[in-house]
Design a protein around this ligand. Structure first.
Ligand code: F6P
Length: 477
């Protein structure tokens, strides 16, 4: 039996959510919330819970089932991953948004922080790259350091039509064809919807190995589908443990009682904060391994909750602007603003109980007491102390903050974190009475890009763009 299958170990590895510094007892009645305020939302909370259950039953939240319904797929993914590990030197994700941020966050959390620079024999898998932009300099920089023949490209797109991903893919497939001829398809793996978009069509025509993103799983909720599982497995991450962690957290977050349900209580408190004008949501991990979780979460929170209309067709303009910070680094850049700037933020710390490495600070410079006191402590003691100190400073300044602690960073706790934050986001969407699963606001920019580059069918949009007010010279300095 693996560790993660043992109930005691699971309980030991349970992520904890600490909301003390969101409450009036700690940051005062003006900024903090009371149990009475939370209780006053009781009927709204019950309705939101009911809606979550109903949506789940009707397949409207299929991402929640990913920890439970992918047994056969796990075998196929692990088999493909093993094959890739044996034959290739580099694995490149071509994708953007939800098709890139999760793989990057999980890889950074669970593998060596300089994974690509490790010697091949110290790495479980090939070097790993995520190319989530269409900057030509970045693309060329990648080509400068990989051997095309020994590289697998995992093109990931739920819609199968995102311009950035498709253009990257067009460049790569032409280069591969020129280099490898008809064998080129072996170096491409497509991860996409089973019917929608052009990627699935191309995958079938060209014979790429293909993994399907289930119908009801949108991009930013897709990390636990093949979108994230294949890249993770290729780099030696135990995807069964990842899913076991998510399943464990899912059960905890299925309870109606908010004080038993960490996802719900976090969502409820953020909801109250939004109603109080807290328009900014900071995520601040105190671990470099979790740095990219703040990026992944930024998309999840921003695209899900940033909505003009609610479900009753009222203009509501909801959402919070996500901000990414890193402890301790950003203590020396942003925390001044968090403690003394406008009262417009909620800070969520991500902490770690036990770091995977212990590093002692030597007892030297004994004649300089202001430095010598550090000697004999460990770096992990220092980073933890700094996290507690920042929480304290924010509390003292009456600033809303809460902490999510991972007992350790491992596949089981990372799976929990993903499921926790996804359920929190969906529940916040229910409380706000909005559709947390669409992104209509992104369409205008996408359509304008299509029109500018001459996509057939976008002629009217091009005309509309061409008739926009001409820019004034005096405003360009
Ligand atoms: O996986 P796709 O369909 O290429 O989409 C990439 C990203 O683009 C968006 O549709 C819009 O930003 C995101 O929701 C999504 O994660």
């Amino acid at each position: 039996m693996n560790n993660y299958q043992q109930p005691n170990w699971q309980e030991e590895m349970r992520i904890r959510v600490d909301i003390n510094n969101m409450m009036e007892e700690f940051i005062g009645p003006e900024e903090g919330f009371s149990r009475r305020q939370i209780a006053s939302l009781d009927s709204q909370i019950r309705l939101a819970h009911h809606n979550m259950r109903e949506k789940r039953k009707k397949g409207g939240m299929d991402w929640r089932e990913l920890p439970f319904n992918q047994d056969d797929l796990i075998e196929a993914i692990n088999k493909t991953a093993e094959d890739i590990r044996g034959r290739y030197e580099a694995f490149v994700v071509l994708g953007i948004g939800g098709s890139a941020l999760g793989p990057l966050a999980v890889q950074t959390a669970l593998n060596h922080l300089h994974y690509n620079e490790l010697q091949a024999e110290k790495r479980v898998g090939p070097r790993f790259y995520v190319v989530d932009n269409v900057d030509p300099e970045r693309m060329q920089a990648l080509f400068d350091i990989i051997d095309l023949q020994k590289t697998v490209f995992n093109v990931i797109s739920k819609s199968g039509s995102t311009s950035e991903t498709m253009s990257q893919f067009m460049i790569v497939s032409k280069m591969l064809k020129e280099k490898l001829g008809s064998d080129y398809a072996k170096n491409i793996i497509a991860t996409t919807d089973q019917a929608k978009g052009n990627l699935i069509r191309l995958a079938k025509e060209e014979g790429y190995t293909t993994f399907i993103i289930p119908e009801g799983v949108g991009g930013r909720f897709s990390e636990l589908s093949p979108v994230g599982l294949l890249p993770a497995a290729v780099c030696g991450i135990d995807i069964k443990e990842l899913l076991a962690g998510a399943a464990f957290m899912d059960k905890i977050c299925d309870q109606e009682e908010v004080f038993q349900n960490p996802a719900y209580i976090l969502a409820v408190l953020q909801y109250l904060a939004m109603k109080n004008g807290k328009n900014i949501s900071v995520m601040m991990p105190y671990a470099d391994s979790l740095k990219f979780f703040a990026d992944w979460y930024a998309q999840l929170w921003a695209e899900s909750l940033g909505k003009r209309m609610d479900l009753s067709n009222n203009e509501v303009y909801t959402g919070q602007t996500p901000v990414k910070a890193l402890g301790t680094t950003d203590q020396h850049s942003q925390v001044q603003l968090y403690t003394e700037g406008p009262f417009d933020k909620v800070v969520t710390f991500l902490g770690v109980g036990k770091y995977r490495i212990s590093m002692e600070i030597p007892k030297i410079f004994l004649d300089i007491p202001a430095v010598a006191f550090l000697g004999g402590h460990t770096m992990e003691e220092l980073i933890t102390a700094e996290q507690l100190a920042t929480e304290y400073a924010l509390m003292k300044a009456q600033r809303l903050n809460c902490t999510i602690t991972l007992p350790e960073v491992n596949a089981f706790t990372i799976g929990q974190l993903i499921q926790l934050l996804e359920i929190k986001t969906a529940f916040a969407g229910e409380l706000l009475n909005i559709n947390a699963f669409d992104q209509p606001g992104v369409e205008e920019g996408k359509n304008a890009t299509y029109a500018l580059l001459g996509r057939p069918g976008y002629e009217d949009k091009k005309e509309e763009l061409d008739s926009r007010p001409a820019k004034r010279k005096e405003y360009i300095l």
